[in-house]
Design a protein around this ligand. Structure first.
Ligand code: MEV
Length: 307
């Protein structure tokens, strides 16, 4: 049989990272950039990884892959990965890998790779990467739609995403800034602070959840200015939670200076990582930033596409 090819999209969180871990809604959309998986028939089910990856990274990925493979009867396929997304930048690369592999394993097992099935299998892989992820990353990647996502209350089960329709193109610039901190570390440090001062932190999480719901309504009403303002306020709250840094703040202000309707860190934050800006016209900003040596790209998360 011919080689199989599958894809897992990266994601950006527009509103509500971190508070989503504590049960509040988050607004997240798929990137057109992601991770491709290629599969060829083989004697046993296996994953081949580039030698450029660290031994620890390869061990973790292989462990996650085999965990998912067992659940679909270890179909005889040799899988390789082709990431077109910066890995470990807070853009959902691990979820993209998980979704690409899950779709591949389902296809190889002769099963339909529906968003639900692929999402469920990718969730198994995500456990190996993160410990206790909210599920927003791989759910957004598996559905490839703008979602208002909420984790399942009081359980380790995956949550639910409600599709948010946008009458207008929702276009963003994603730029990388500073040295990235591991998500596990950022999430863990925040957990300690919130355990020590629960009411203070719960108040901020609730505010962030409200912004995500309001942002989803703004999207549906075509009010991109309203969405942008919610993103700016969300950035202030993320800074209040101790999740921003000088490098991230500088990039946020740069994007606003280039005309972003709103800009904030996206993903886990920490010392560095990814910043997202909402733009009516992203191209001039990408050109300008690229000239200055910033790693960046644009993507459309939702809404009608120019053909
Ligand atoms: C990471 O993309 C988003 C976080 O909210 C963690 C999670 O949701 O599991 C920081």
């Amino acid at each position: 049989s011919p080689p199989l090819s599958t894809f897992g999209a990266g994601k950006v969180i527009l509103l509500g990272e971190h508070s989503v871990v504590y049960g509040h809604p988050a607004l997240a959309g798929p990137l057109s950039q992601g991770v491709k998986a290629r599969g060829v028939p083989a004697r046993k089910c296996q994953l081949t990884l580039p030698a450029t990856m660290s031994r620890a990274q390869r061990a973790q990925l292989t462990g996650a892959f085999l965990r998912a493979a067992k659940l679909v009867g270890e179909p005889p396929v040799k899988v390789s990965l082709d990431p077109e997304l910066p890995l470990s930048a807070g853009l959902g690369s691990s979820a993209a890998v998980s979704v690409a592999c899950a779709r591949m394993l389902l296809c190889a097992a002769g099963r339909e790779p529906t968003p639900k099935e692929a999402g469920r299998l990718a969730w198994e892989m995500e456990q190996e990467f993160h410990g206790t992820p909210s599920g927003v990353d791989h759910t957004t990647s598996a559905h490839e739609q703008l979602l208002l996502y909420r984790r399942a209350p009081g359980s380790s089960d995956v949550g639910r995403g409600k599709v948010v329709d946008s009458p207008r193109p929702l276009r963003v610039v994603v730029a990388l800034a500073g040295e990235r901190s591991p998500t596990k570390k950022t999430v863990g440090a925040l957990r300690e602070r919130q355990a020590r001062w629960p009411e203070r932190y719960q108040r901020l999480f609730a505010q962030m959840g409200k912004l995500a719901s309001e942002g989803a309504r703004a999207v549906e009403a075509g009010d991109l200015e309203g969405l942008g303002d919610a993103m700016n306020v969300n950035q202030g709250l993320l800074a209040a939670l101790g999740l921003s840094s000088p490098a991230l703040e500088e990039m946020v202000y740069r994007l606003r200076g280039l005309g972003a309707l709103g800009a904030k860190l996206t993903g886990a934050g920490g010392d560095g990582g990814a910043v997202v800006g909402l733009f009516l016209e992203p191209e001039p900003a990408v050109d300008q930033l690229t000239r200055l040596g910033v790693r960046c790209f644009s993507s459309q998360l939702a809404g009608p596409r120019a053909t």
